[in-house]
Design a protein around this ligand. Sequence first.
Ligand code: BGP
Length: 456
Amino acid sequence: MNNRFPEGFLWGAAASGPQLEGAGSKYGKGKTVWDYWFKTEPEKFYQQIGPETTSNFYEQYKEDIESMKEIGFNSFRTSISWARLLPDGKTINPEAVSFYRDVFSRLRNNGVKPITNLYHFDMPYRLHLKGGWENRDTVEEFAHYAKVAFETFGDLVDTWVTFNEPIVPVEMGYLNDKHLPAVYDMGRATQAAYFTLLAHVKAVRAFRESEQTGGIGIILNLTPSYPKSDQEEDREAAKWADIFFNRSFLDPVVLGKYPEEITEFLERESISVLYTEEEIALIKENTVDFLGVNYYQPRRVQRGDKKAGVGLDKYFQSYQWLEARINPHRGWEIYEKGLYDIALNIRDNYRNIPWYVAENGIGVEGEEAFLDEFGEVQDDYRITFMEDHLRWLLKGIGEGSNCYGYHVWTFLDNWSWLNEYKNRYGLLRLDLETQARRKKKSAYWFKQVAETNQLP
Ligand code: BGP
């Protein structure tokens, strides 16, 4: 079997401002919902570690970028903090400008292409107070922020991402209590999802109107949905899970239109969404140049519960497949073939758009148990995880899917929304006490793969 990746394949990692940077209330940064939430309800957070310091990239980025080069990265994705760049929505924070400009310049000078994301779950608190993604004004503010970012950093960044996983804040904040506003309301969820999409589209338009070369895309977490059986009701359930969690963003951003079933759903649930025909036209005209795909786990689906009153249960129910291999630390199923199924789905149904794996990785608790006598984490499980996924990816590429890169989640152990530092994902270990970084065994494996552009 062919072990080689296409010429120019992107190798690197993904991260995000709020999870990596730290300096949560320093250097002129405004407050985000996470800063606010941790202050007001720290007991909601598993280890009571807040987003203030995280992995201190803000103060250690120079050494971090050197390490990226050392371990063979030719690309790295992180996000700009909206609340740092525009603390009040209008005034540009000069400290943020010099910080991000230096980060991007150093990445480039070290041969690491910056891929820059505008939004990674970090709603500025001042906008949250006005309704966040339920408020049309947030859409306009986001379009303005995007324009400022393109103008300020466009000479250093040519690959832009509007959102990371836009469905997650909708699902976790409006159908769950894991993100703010932590409510259960299908109508509000739908409106927030629509305005998020509109914000994305307006940012794409701002990019097209700017003088920028390069490209703009979005990063979606795709969860292939597998029915429990071949029976009609199970297949129907898998179709709905796919519509809600994948196609609700994937179709409009790549194909310029919503799946027809969304209208059927809105009517059935008596949900009315604020939208205009002009906006629908904008969606059609502003599709993306590329797609980033985060893949962690599939969705196992069985028939909906017809008697369920509210919620999505009447459309489908998740179940645990008996043969599933579960990562016990995160509770997520490990299913490498899912990446191949995604590759073929994009090839066949999404105009074979150029795409890359924008996140894939394994979170493990208690990695100190794997420290060897020299203090290096022997994370063979991470190597196996990446290698198995990469083999299926290669098969998809071999069959014509237009995939041009692989980013692991993540470069350095970082803060996570509700698990903080419980599960470690990095190629580099972070010592939380001293903020010292140390390469794990997987970093050396990754370097070899990246530098040879092939699996061993
Ligand atoms: C993705 C997010 C990341 C990251 C990752 C791991 O959904 O884009 O921000 O956190 O998942 O998940 P977690 O940290 O919840 O284990």
